[in-house]
Design a protein around this ligand. Structure first.
Ligand code: NDP
Ligand code: OXD
Length: 311
């Protein structure tokens, strides 16, 4: 009997996904949580932040498909069925969207856009000293699908880019640093640091006082990865001391960012609502269905997650 796919997203609607999935793979029955029906029918789960225990309640589950590039929202389930493979989403359009976000933020920081907005609100006409892009160092934490593309595009604009990864990496002539010693070296040279890491036990809280202290004075921080990478109080303290001059944050410990949170009205923090690279069904559904076909044909899975590593 053909197995059904269970769709469960805590942020996206079935109305955006079901027609795409049905059109591309008419033979695949799509059920939408909480309408699971007989749990034994479900072979595939396409999920964003599923309820803890939901995946374990599906006795014939064969494959878990993440609706996002990150999988921390799945791996945090204490009842996760560890024998079931997990595949994350790598969509070239999402990668391009993240690079747009990173390039946009780096350019506005590089070109003093926040300062000019503040000056305008006071009616001040004052020219600020402008470096060339080649004189501006950007450090990207994460040399994966997203970090690599953003790094390449920033380098194309002339920025002095370096990237950080766990293992030694080289790609497209991009400068790479690895491991603990590599992080120290990368931070010391980065006027703008961009976090594009997966959230794991090793990377949680990486944007901390210790990290900020290693950046040059006046550096800026962009976090487009996960809210738990950032120690919020440490950022506020670094901004208060002037060691960090500004931050652009797309992701937060609590989403939506609670009203009244100090980040909302901070003059040196830009808040965006987790939109750096949203999953788009029109480009993601074909990739997800290709994964299911590969699985059914016994071909190797692409972008399979290593739960022990955490990404
Ligand atoms: P990848 O898995 O392709 O890349 C991860 C990179 O992080 C790799 O270079 C990896 O190193 C590095 N890394 C992991 N752990 C460590 C560590 N302990 N020390 C140093 N480097 C480490 O992920 P993606 O680039 O596709 O995505 C990154 C993250 O971006 C996602 O996990 C998600 O959280 C976030 N994201 C946010 C979005 C948004 O809208 N805000 C949208 C999409 C993703 P190595 O190469 O050695 O393995
Ligand atoms: C993702 C995200 O991980 O949107 O894809 O955050």
């Amino acid at each position: 009997m053909a197995m059904a796919l269970l769709f469960r997203s805590s942020v996206d609607s079935e109305a955006r996904w079901k027609p795409q999935l049905n059109q591309l793979m008419p033979g695949l029955e799509v059920r939408v949580w909480p309408g699971v029906g007989d749990p034994a029918d479900i072979g595939y789960a396409l999920v964003w932040r599923p309820e803890p225990g939901l995946l374990a309640s599906l006795p014939n589950l064969k494959l878990i498909l993440s609706l996002g590039a990150g999988v921390d929202h799945i791996l945090c389930d204490p009842h996760l069925p560890h024998h079931v493979p997990i595949v994350r989403l790598v969509d070239p359009y999402m990668t391009a969207a993240m690079s747009e976000y990173v390039v946009l933020q780096v350019l506005r920081l590089h070109r003093h856009d926040l300062d000019y907005r503040a000056q305008q609100s006071e009616g001040i006409w004052r020219e600020l000293e402008q470096k060339n892009a080649t004189e501006r160092s950007v450090g990207i934490l994460g040399f994966g699908a997203l970090g690599q593309d953003a790094g390449r595009k920033l380098k194309g604009l002339g920025f002095d880019v370096a990237l950080w990864s766990r293992s030694e990496k080289r790609a497209d002539g991009l400068l790479g640093y690895a491991g603990g010693a590599g992080l120290e070296a990368l931070l010391r040279r980065s006027e703008i640091v961009v976090c594009l890491l997966p959230l794991t036990a090793e990377t949680e809280g990486i944007l901390s006082r210790r990290t900020f202290a290693r950046l040059p004075r006046g550096a800026v921080v962009v976090n487009a990865a996960r809210g738990r990478h950032l120690v919020e109080q440490d950022l506020l303290a670094a901004l208060a001391s002037g060691h960090v001059s500004a931050a652009v944050l797309d992701v937060f410990r609590d989403e939506p960012l609670p009203s009244g949170h100090p980040f909302w009205r901070h003059p040196h923090i830009v808040v965006t609502p987790h939109i750096a690279a949203a999953t788009n069904p029109s480009t993601a559904a074909p990739i997800i269905l290709d994964t299911i076909r590969r699985f059914e044909e016994g071909r190797p899975l692409l972008n399979r997650v290593d739960p022990a590593r955490g990404y």
